[in-house]
Design a protein around this ligand. Structure first.
Ligand code: NAG
Ligand code: NAG
Ligand code: CU
Length: 241
């Protein structure tokens, strides 16, 4: 009974928390800083998208433009950087880079485009190149790694991704209020990249909106009780080379 009471109060605390949002705002390629907001369609708000049926779910809303296209060697290390506000790290802000309540997966998709700096975000065909959900053995979510990294999260661009320009849709799904839909919070941004030295994969693709449903087990889920043992990351299978 005591356990149940604690869980109920924790749920109330987390669901009531509206601050602690986050924005994807910087890229590092093999450790090299590509510059603040450079080559990224950055949203003008740190509020989450909550309706998976809207175009907002593609790359977020109020997007900035950038003439930069970031070269990403296939097989290279891609580090993304997120912060609570739009201007980088805010020391002393307990909700930077994101509130610790905002547990959930980190997922990345690519869509082939002919000109990444000008491509429209609608009507694209996306494939998943990275996903990181929940590790029941360590009880850590992908977001816990992001927080431990001070807002930085690193993954490997699969070496078989064909060379060329892409929009890279990078996403955190915060599940603290996801017991009913709408409730999951989607933090999304899109980078403009140019994969170099790539391979010859031809992965199956999905559309946004369309790839996610409110009823997906990884989108409507209570992460507090019962304990999560088998979190299912939403969307298609990740590309393997
Ligand atoms: C993408 O990379 C290729 C190979 O290095 C280069 O020739 C091309 O100019 C690059 N395109 C952009 C938009 O940066
Ligand atoms: C976990 O597995 C159960 C039983 O197979 C399933 O009903 C549930 O939807 C799964 N949960 C997630 C989050 O995938
Ligand atoms: Cu939030």
């Amino acid at each position: 009974m005591i356990k149940a009471a604690v869980i109920v109060s924790l749920v109330a605390l987390f669901v009531g928390s509206t601050s602690g949002h986050t924005i994807f705002q910087e890229l590092y390629i093999n450790g090299a800083d590509q510059g603040h907001n450079n080559g990224i369609r950055v949203p003008n708000t740190n509020n989450p998208v909550m309706d998976v049926s809207l175009n907002d779910i593609i790359c977020n809303i109020g997007l900035s433009s950038s003439d930069a296209v970031i070269n990403v060697p296939a097989g290279g290390q891609v580090t993304t950087e997120w912060h609570h506000g739009g201007n980088g790290a805010s020391p002393g802000d307990v909700d930077d880079p994101i509130a610790s309540s905002h547990k959930g997966p980190i997922i990345t998709y690519l869509a082939k485009v002919s000109d990444a700096k000008s491509a429209s975000v609608t009507g694209l065909k996306w494939f998943k190149v990275q996903e990181d959900g929940y590790d029941a053995s360590t009880q850590k979510w992908a977001v816990d790694k992001l927080i431990a990294g001070g807002g930085k999260y690193t993954f490997t661009m699969p070496k078989c991704v064909p060379s060329g320009q892409y929009l890279m849709r990078h996403e955190i799904i915060a599940l603290h209020g996801a017991g009913t839909y709408p409730g999951a919070q989607f933090y999304v941004g899109c980078a403009q990249i140019n994969v170099t030295g790539g391979g010859s994969a031809s992965p199956a693709t999905v559309s946004f909106p369309g790839a996610y449903k409110g009823s997906d087990p990884g989108i409507t889920i209570s992460i507090y009780w019962p304990p999560v043992t088998n979190y299912t990351i939403p969307g298609p299978k990740v590309l393997t080379c």
